[in-house]
Design a protein around this ligand. Structure first.
Ligand code: PMP
Length: 400
């Protein structure tokens, strides 16, 4: 589906048609996203917010229109709850630095899950070190399902935040965010959700989830690299101190002291990535045109087809068998090192990712060095699943 919109997919790699199954790392970009960014630079480029001239006003209006578009896309109550960042990593770092400075104190605790991406672990470790707080960990079971029964005992009067992924980039598990939020809120604890692996694969409504923060990157949802979103509930963002200082985030600057701009500008210091924000808007248009439900259904079909085919390969083991999964399949072929499997697949034109996928605690849980990960998007086909399976059968004698 939609393959003609993605010219990059139509190429040969080492004499084989490219089979791109590395979508959890980054999705490819439809023509319209690239054209939106080109048009901006070729005929609309101007710095935003400070200009009185035509181009500046147009650029500002388009940039702010994407903020409202993101607000609608994720069901936020206010457009000033949408902060543009460089991506999920910066969104989480922003909250860890700013929320951490305001609310984390000596003896406090932050809860993360065992399946988090390093981006949702390390910023909290750093914040905890700075503030004298402790990181607590919610474990998962052998299928890669979070042990929700272990959440409540982790929450106490010292807990300041729960930070959890919506979808695991390694296991594909869709976590029951609403249940986690309900449990945390019963203890008065806010919840940050890392939505990097959810936003391209399911409808996300931050008010239905009732989460306090939601983070994602444009490049994993058919948009450009270098831009992402932090959604934050107004009451937290109002109370949180600025993250970075600079232009645009101020109201008045005197050497005696500075007062800060209102939301969302308080958190957007300096010149933002305007072309990339417009590209994000175009990516959202693409997802809405394709239909988020259609995308989800297509990927679920590929997931069940690929899982059933892969299970038939002797010696192949799949990690992550949660009942609620996105189309991410981590596996190992026999005792072969994932890097060797990935390299051989690459020579047959098949792009997968190998390694720990920035989730070393997940690898430690299973006692493995890494996995091979195939991850799917709207443009992938059953033929490509067949290509993966037949390539694995072909290389199996070399690996197992
Ligand atoms: N969280 C998860 C679950 C991810 O998969 C990723 C990207 N692999 C990130 C966070 C970080 O995203 P980015 O590199 O775009 O900031």
């Amino acid at each position: 589906m939609y393959r003609d919109l993605f010219p990059i997919l139509d190429q040969q790699v080492y004499g084989h048609p490219l089979v791109y199954l590395d979508n959890a790392a980054t999705t490819q970009k439809p023509r319209q996203v690239v054209e939106t960014m080109n048009t901006y630079y070729l005929s609309q480029n101007s710095n935003i917010h400070r200009g009185t001239h035509y181009l500046a006003e147009q650029a500002t209006e388009r940039y702010e229109a994407v903020r409202r578009q993101v607000q609608r896309f994720i069901g936020a109550a206010h457009s000033h709850e949408i902060i543009f960042t460089r991506g999920t990593t910066e969104s989480i770092n922003l909250v860890a630095a700013s929320f951490g400075q305001r609310y984390l104190h000596e003896g406090d605790e932050v809860v993360v899950s065992e399946m988090e991406h390093h981006s949702n672990i390390v910023p909290w470790q750093l914040a905890c070190q700075r503030q004298g707080a402790t990181l607590r960990v919610l474990p998962f079971d052998e299928r890669g399902v979070l042990r929700l029964d272990r959440l409540e005992p982790l929450l106490n009067e010292h807990t300041r935040l729960v930070a959890v992924g919506h979808v695991s980039n390694t296991l594909g598990t869709v976590n029951p965010v609403r249940d986690i939020v309900d449990c945390a809120h019963r203890h008065g604890v806010p919840v940050l959700v890392d939505g990097a692996q959810a936003i391209a694969h399911m409808a996300v409504d931050v008010q239905a989830l009732d989460c306090d923060f939601y983070c994602f990157s444009a490049h994993k949802m058919y948009g450009p690299m270098g831009v992402g979103v932090l959604y934050g509930r107004e009451r937290w963002l109002e109370e949180m101190p600025p993250y970075q200082g600079g232009g645009e985030m101020i109201k008045e600057v005197r050497f005696e002291g500075t007062s800060f701009n209102e939301l969302p500008f308080k958190f957007e210091a300096g010149t933002p990535a305007v072309a990339e924000v417009l590209g994000l808007g175009s990516a959202i248009d693409f997802m809405l045109q394709a239909g988020v439900g259609t995308i989800a259904r297509h990927e679920q079909e590929l997931l069940s087809y690929a899982s059933s085919q892969l299970k038939q390969i002797d010696g192949l083991h799949i990690y992550g068998t949660a009942p609620d999964k996105t189309a991410v399949i981590s596996f190992l072929a026999g005792t072969a090192h994932p890097y060797d499997t990935g390299t051989l697949l690459d020579k047959l034109g098949i792009a997968v990712r190998t390694g720990h996928h920035c989730t070393q605690p997940v690898m430690d849980h299973y006692g493995i060095p890494g996995t091979v990960r195939a991850s799917f998007a709207i443009y992938n086909t059953r033929d490509e699943v067949d290509a993966l399976v037949s390539a694995l059968r072909r290389i199996a004698p070399m690996l197992m």
